[in-house]
Design a protein around this ligand. Structure first.
Ligand code: FAD
Length: 535
C-alpha cells in the first residue's frame, strides 16, 4: 500500500522513543507511520553486516552481538549518523540503541521529583516505568550459561569501593532510587545473550498490526504546516521528495533524538528567531512558505555527560580486548553455541554512583563505570578503564548548533561552562582516590595523591582521556519551555517532540529514562482528544 496516504500519526525517527510511541499509537488504533532515515540494523530488521565468524548464524548481524559494541568506533558501517550529525550516534532502526553498550539503568525517583515538570513527577511516570519493565527484559546475568566473565576488574573495584570506601553492594535496578555510595554489576537490556531493546520488543509488536507501517532509508526534511498546524511531512527517498499526509486531527511526533529533532523543527521554520538568517542564507528554509514560529527553547539546554577516563593498572587485573574479525576461538564458540562468554556483554563489569550535596540543598549525581581493558597509550594486559561521568544536577547547559553543512552538534558550553560541575566531579574522584590502595589499582594518567584542584585542572584540560563526548544527548527541548506537558511544541497545534530532547539530565545512562518518557508522552498524547484546529 502507498504510505503517502492519510495517517493519524507520523513518527519521525525509529530510535528507542520513536519505536515506543509508534507502538503505543498503533496499539490504540491510530493509523501510524514510523519514518526512519537509516536502514536495517539487528538481524531481525534485515541487517546483514557481520564479520565472517558470524556469517553462518541465522538472523544475526554485528548489532546482535553485545561484545562487538566497541567495534562501532573503528568501523561505523552504515549504522551511524556520520553524514547527518556533527556528533556520534546511531542512525538506523533502533537509533543509538542499536549501537550502544546496552547499559539499562532505571533513573531514581529524585530525577523526576527534583528536575522534571508537573505531570512528570515520579508518581506520574511510575506506571510508565512498569510498562518498560513489562516489555523489555533486563538482567545483570547476561551470559546464557549464567556464568560471570572477565571479573578481575569487578573484583578489584569491589574491594576498593565496597570493602574500602563504604559503598553498598546492590542490584542497581532493584534499588534504583538509591544512588548514594552504591556499587553493583551493570544491568543490560540484552535478551538471551543478544542485544535486545525496543527494536526486538516494541517494534516487533507494532509490525504485527495492519495499521502500522515502518519506512526506512527515508529522511524527513521538513514538517509541512499551515501556521502551527502540521498537515504532513516531506522526506527524501532515493534523492526524490515524497510527501506523507496527515488525516484531519492527525499529529506529527518528532523522535529524531536530542540533536536531530530540534534540527527538524528549525528546518521547518520553528525555533529561535536568532538562527533564522543563518538558515535562510544557507538555503535551508527555501521551501518553508509559512511564517516562522518563535520558540527560543528549541535546541536550548542541550546536555551530555562530561567524561573522564582514568586508566588503572593492577597485579590482579587481566584485561580483555574484544576483536571484531578474529575473536579468541573459544570465546567465539561460546557465543555461537550458547550465547555465552565475553561476547554476551559489552565489556562493562561494574558501575557505581554517589551524590555530591551542596549547602543550598541542591545536589549533583556522579557515576563510575569500569571497562575490561585499557585505553589510549595504557593498554598493557593488566589495565582497565574507569569512566567517570557527571550526571543529574549539573548546571552547564549547551545548545544545538549547526556546522557548515548544517549538521547539528553541541555548542562548547555543553561541558563545564558552569565551574561547579568540574568541582563536583573532582570532589568525587578525590574522595574515591583517598580510599584507594595503589597496590590494588594504580592510576596511570593522573597521580593517586593529586589534590582536588589538580584533579579539576586535569579533567577540564583537553587530552585523550578528558572532556570526552559521551553522546548521551538530552534536554534540548525541555518540558515547560520548548514543549508543554503533553510534549507538544509550544506555538504549534499538533507537533510533538518525544525523545531524549524532553528528558532532563538523568543520574544514569539515558536510554531507560528516554523509554519512560516515550511511554508517558504516549499516554498524554492519546488523551488529547480535542481535534486540533487552525489558528
Ligand atoms: C556509542 C553510544 C553508546 C551509548 N551507550 C549507552 C548505554 O549503554 N546505555 C544507555 O542508556 N544509553 C547509551 N547511549 C545513549 C542512548 O543510546 C541514547 O540516549 C538513546 O538511543 C537516544 O534515544 P532517542 O530515541 O532520543 O534517539 P536516537 O537513538 O538518537 O534515535 C533517533 C533516530 O531518529 C532518526 N532520525 C533523526 N532525524 C531524522 C529525520 N529527519 N528523518 C528520519 N529519521 C530521523 C535517526 O536516524 C535515529 O535512528 C549510548 C549512545 C551512544 C552513541
Amino acid at each position: 500500500d502507498a504510505p503517502q496516504g492519510g495517517w493519524d500519526i507520523i513518527v519521525v525517527g525509529a530510535g528507542p522513543a520513536g519505536i515506543i510511541v509508534a507502538d503505543r499509537m498503533s496499539e490504540a488504533g491510530k493509523k501510524t507511520l514510523l519514518i526512519e532515515g537509516g536502514g536495517p540494523s539487528y538481524g531481525i530488521t534485515g541487517g546483514t553486516d557481520a564479520p565472517d565468524w558470524l556469517k553462518g548464524e541465522q538472523n544475526v548481524s554485528r548489532v546482535d552481538v553485545p561484545g562487538l559494541y566497541k567495534s562501532i568506533f573503528a568501523d561505523q558501517g552504515k549504522l551511524t549518523c556520520q553524514n547527518e550529525t556533527n556528533a556520534f550516534g546511531g542512525c538506523t532502526i533502533g537509533g543509538s540503541s542499536a549501537i550502544n553498550a546496552g547499559l539499562f539503568f532505571q533513573p531514581p525517583a529524585s530525577d523526576y521529583d527534583l528536575y522534571h515538570a508537573e505531570g512528570w513527577k515520579y508518581k506520574d511516570v511510575k506506571p510508565s516505568i512498569d510498562k518498560v519493565y513489562a516489555k523489555v527484559p533486563n538482567t545483570d546475568i547476561y551470559s546464557e550459561d549464567k556464568k560471570l566473565y572477565l571479573q578481575s576488574g569487578y573484583d578489584a573495584a569491589r574491594k576498593w569501593l565496597v570493602d574500602g570506601a563504604n559503598y553498598t553492594n546492590v542490584n542497581i535496578n532493584d534499588q534504583a532510587n538509591n544512588k548514594e555510595k552504591v556499587f553493583g554489576r551493570p544491568i543490560f537490556d540484552y535478551d538471551n545473550g543478544q542485544r535486545g531493546g525496543p527494536a526486538t520488543t516494541y517494534l516487533q509488536d507494532a509490525l504485527k498490526r495492519n495499521n502500522f507501517k515502518l519506512v526506512i532509508n527515508t529522511r524527513v526534511k521538513r514538517i509541512d504546516r499551515t501556521g502551527g498546524l502540521a498537515n504532513g511531512v516531506t522526506a527524501t527517498v532515493n534523492s526524490t521528495d515524497v510527501t506523507y499526509k496527515l488525516n484531519p486531527n492527525g499529529r506529527v511526533i518528532l523522535s529524531g533524538g536530542a540533536l536531530q529533532s530540534p534540527q527538524l523543527l528549525m528546518f521547518s521554520g520553528i525555533g529561535d528567531p536568532a538562527i533564522r538568517s543563518n538558515l535562510t542564507a544557507g538555503g535551508m528554509l527555501k521551501d518553508v512558505t509559512q511564517p516562522w514560529i518563535n520558540n527560543t527553547a528549541v535546541g536550548d539546554g542541550l546536555f551530555d555527560n562530561p567524561n573522564t577516563f582514568i586508566e588503572f593498572e593492577g597485579s590482579t587485573i587481566e584485561s580483555y580486548v574484544y576483536n571484531y574479525t578474529d575473536p579468541i576461538e573459544a570465546d567465539a564458540k561460546l557465543w555461537l553455541d550458547s550465547r555465552s562468554g565475553p561476547y554476551s556483554f559489552a565489556s562493562e563489569t561494574s558501575s557505581f554512583w554517589d551524590i555530591i550535596k551542596h549547602s543550598d540543598g541542591s545536589q549533583t549525581g556522579v557515576q563510575g563505570t569500569i571497562d575490561s581493558a585499557g585505553f589510549g597509550t595504557y593498554t598493557s594486559n593488566q589495565t582497565i578503564t574507569l569512566n567517570i561521568y557527571g550526571t543529574s544536577g549539573l548546571k552547564s547547559r549547551g545548545k544545538v548548533v549547526f556546522n557548515e553543512k548544517f549538521q547539528p552538534g553541541a555548542s562548547p558550553e555543553t561541558y563545564y561552562s558552569d565551574p561547579r560541575d568540574a568541582d563536583d566531579i573532582a570532589t568525587f574522584i578525590f574522595s574515591i582516590f583517598q580510599k584507594l590502595d595503589a597496590s590494588l589499582l594504580k592510576p596511570l594518567n593522573i597521580p593517586l595523591n593529586s589534590t582536588k584542584n589538580e584533579i579539576r585542572d586535569y579533567i577540564t584540560s583537553s587530552t585523550d582521556y578528558t572532556r570526552g563526548q559521551v553522546n548521551h544527548w538530552s534536554s534540548s527541548c525541555r518540558i515547560g519551555s520548548c514543549v508543554d506537558v503533553n510534549a507538544q511544541v509550544v506555538g504549534t497545534n499538533n507537533i510533538h517532540v518525544v525523545d531524549g530532547s524532553i528528558v532532563e539530565p538523568l543520574t544514569v545512562n539515558p536510554q531507560f529514562g528516554i523509554m519512560i518518557a516515550a511511554e508517558r508522552a504516549s499516554e498524554l498524547i492519546l488523551k488529547l482528544n480535542e481535534p486540533p484546529c487552525e489558528d
